[in-house]
Design a binder for this molecule. Structure first.
Ligand SMILES: NC(=O)c1ccc[n+]([C@@H]2O[C@H](COP(=O)([O-])OP(=O)(O)OC[C@H]3O[C@@H](n4cnc5c(N)ncnc54)[C@H](OP(=O)(O)O)[C@@H]3O)[C@@H](O)[C@H]2O)c1
Length: 270
């Protein structure tokens, strides 16, 4: 290939695709990592359906976004654990864009109890439903549209807890997040022949509001131990996680399939 044939484009914008920009779904898009991801995708030309439950929070998130890209953010209110919400979300992308090109399964978390003895089966299933079941179902719902275009990008937001062990979260969360990585790897084999990549990102600790609520309950000793474990000497930012998701969502990553990218300041390396 000559240098002239190469492009700096991420392949998400109008013109890259020949008609409208790429269409993306980001679950949990109104805050934290999901909001930073939605903004990064929109800044690179994609139209982003952002899912969240709280309409006022969503409205504020869009109002506080650079007006130059805010019109590419499409709010969608609902709970990702609700099957009819997931179906309606995908249907909305079909109506406006013929289906999603990019799916970011980001909504997650939910493990308040950290120790086995405090976790009952309902708690386990609640965390699995939020993180893993919803991601599995959304993959199932979007793939027919991606296959029809011979293009798709699925990114599952896992966690260092699914690679190693969580310090602020429990084994139910580790199980769900490890499940997302295993599912991504398996789907990458099945879907690769259709131009669809499925990768995961495993963030270390990122001080979002939700993470802060857990952090503030920990002792000074526990906090110091967490920070000591990060060679970078600091925690990550939502934008640093979004940058990894953006790469997997772009045309540039077409030959990267089934990977899990650790974005954790060096605290865990496979
Ligand atoms: N922060 C970290 O340190 C960290 C580390 C590793 C992995 N992660 C993972 O990264 C992802 C994002 O974490 P975050 O810290 O950025 O979260 P966050 O700041 O708490 O943001 C959560 C987003 O998800 C939405 N949301 C939550 N539950 C939802 C539901 N049931 N249905 C639809 N939307 C829902 C929230 O809006 P509403 O409340 O309005 O619904 C909000 O937009 C999660 O999967 C988490 O497990 C985070």
């Amino acid at each position: 290939m000559t240098h002239a044939a190469q492009s700096n484009s991420m392949g998400l914008a109008e013109g890259d695709k020949g008609d409208k920009g790429r269409c993306a779904i980001v679950t949990g898009g109104s805050e934290g990592i999901g909001l930073a991801t939605s903004r990064a995708l929109a800044a690179n030309g994609a139209y982003v359906f952002m899912l969240g439950r709280d309409a006022a929070k969503m409205q504020t998130a869009i109002a506080e976004t650079d007006p130059a890209i805010a019109d590419r953010l499409v709010p969608f209110i609902g709970d990702v654990t609700d099957a009819s919400t997931r179906q309606a979300l995908v249907a909305a992308t079909v109506e406006r864009f013929g289906g999603p090109d990019i799916l970011v399964n980001n909504a997650g978390g939910g493990s308040e109890n950290r120790f086995l003895e405090d976790i009952d089966q309902d708690d386990f299933h609640r965390v699995m439903a939020l993180n893993l079941d919803s991601s599995f179902d959304l993959c199932r719902l979007v793939v027919p549209f991606m296959k029809a275009r011979n293009f798709g990008r699925i990114i599952n937001v896992s966690s260092v807890a699914g690679r190693d062990a969580g310090r602020l979260s429990g084994p139910q969360y580790a199980a769900a997040k490890a499940g997302m990585i295993g599912m991504s790897r398996h789907l990458s084999r099945d879907l690769g022949p259709f131009g669809i990549t499925v990768n995961s990102v495993a963030p270390g600790f990122v001080m979002t509001d939700r993470a802060y609520r857990k952090w503030e309950k920990r002792s000074d000793k526990e906090r110091a131990a967490m920070l000591d474990g990060v060679p970078a000497g600091r925690f990550g930012t939502p934008e640093e996680i979004a940058a990894a998701v953006l790469y997997f969502a772009s045309e540039l990553s077409g030959y990267t399939n089934g990977a899990c990218l650790d974005v954790n300041g060096g605290s865990f390396r496979a």
